[in-house]
Ligand binder design. Structure first.
Ligand code: ATP
Length: 315
């Protein structure tokens, strides 16, 4: 049996709106998710014994059964118990480049890669739709990470409608290595502060979420107009995270004043902040300017771009 190397891209949120409370305890969301070319590499190797093992080069990433990649493999081993028994175990090696706990779906994209990789390894022939259904049981961002590109995500974030692909929009991304924002904290605090404006579990909830389809940012995406997209970026969680984390607010303000920056926003529940920039050359200049302003090496900076795919086999 051969091994597989997969590219697992990160995502950013071009749009994140919290619509209200669902009866299952989750929030109803309206999001626009976008894959970027900042990616981890996931190697899937067959193992001789009936075990699942995870290796990772990043000290903050657990390698036990709390790792989302491990949980994805365990799910496949349970669902396809005969294959696991007959074809043996799985060794998963994660080469991490995506900042951890950053609002970039790092764990989710690793889980997505493991689902795709085991499907290939065991020759299961699952469709993307079947893999997405399995992925939704692991986390709301996993289904998007499988097919990637540009998509509207509603419900908990797992109901996807693809949008026309947005290739080669230039992005500069920044994250303080030592700064972690808990996603449950961000959502719970939002509920405490703004819950009075929520729609409670009614038919109206889904209608409001679906209104994103006819929103202005979607029109800008259809027109592939980077400047218009950058003007329409939105993230409700900024209202919680920016006041609580002055470093993130400062980054956001610094990006906004750089020449060539068309728009800037926090991704997901943060603390990553990204800027849409006019050109690849400008992106390198913006990165240099941010580095000059914040020489602290705790700040990670990346020049990246939008891409049109999710998990794919490494060349
Ligand atoms: P999301 O955008 O989906 O909310 P995130 O980018 O904020 O995710 P992750 O990088 O997925 O956050 O990490 C969240 C936590 O999950 C980390 O603190 C880490 O301990 C744990 N974790 C479990 N599995 C992984 C994995 N494969 N990669 C990264 N972190 C993982």
């Amino acid at each position: 049996m051969r091994s597989y190397s997969l590219i697992a891209p990160a995502k950013i949120n071009l749009y994140l709106e919290i619509i209200g409370d669902r009866s299952d305890g989750y929030h109803e969301l309206a999001m626009i998710l976008q894959s970027i070319d900042l990616a981890d590499q996931i190697d899937i190797h067959p193992a001789s014994t009936e075990t699942i093992r995870v290796y990772c080069n990043h000290p903050q990433v657990p390698t036990d059964n709390s790792n989302l990649a491990y949980r994805a493999a365990a799910l496949m081993a349970t669902k396809f118990a005969d294959a696991f028994k007959n074809l043996g175990g799985i060794d998963i090696t994660i080469k991490k480049r995506i900042p951890v706990a950053a609002g970039l779906a790092g764990g989710s994209t690793n889980a997505a890669a493991v689902l795709v990789g085991i499907d290939l390894l065991w020759n299961l022939g699952l469709t993307f739709a079947e893999l997405e259904e399995l992925g939704a049981t692991l986390g709301s961002d996993v289904p998007f990470c499988i097919s990637g590109g540009t998509a509207i995500a509603t419900g908990r974030g797992e109901q996807l409608s693809p949008l026309p692909s947005l290739d080669h929009i230039h992005i500069v991304l920044a994250k303080y290595r030592s700064l972690e924002v808990s996603t449950p904290w961000a959502y719970n605090t939002y509920r405490q502060e703004f819950g009075s404006t929520y729609i409670r579990d009614t038919a109206n909830l889904a209608d409001r979420a679906n209104a994103v389809h006819s929103g202005e940012i979607v029109k800008a995406i259809v027109n592939k107009n980077a400047a218009e997209i950058a003007q329409k970026l939105h993230n409700d969680l900024e209202r919680i995270v920016l006041p609580a984390y002055p470093q993130v607010l400062h980054l956001r303000e610094l990006f906004a004043t750089q020449p060539g920056v068309l728009g800037t926003m926090m991704s997901g529940s943060g603390p990553s902040v990204f800027a849409i920039v006019e050109s690849a050359e400008q992106a390198e200049i913006v990165k240099l300017k941010i580095r000059e302003a914040i020489p602290d090496q705790d700040l990670e900076l990346f020049v990246t771009r939008t891409i049109t795919h999710g998990i794919k086999i490494a060349p």
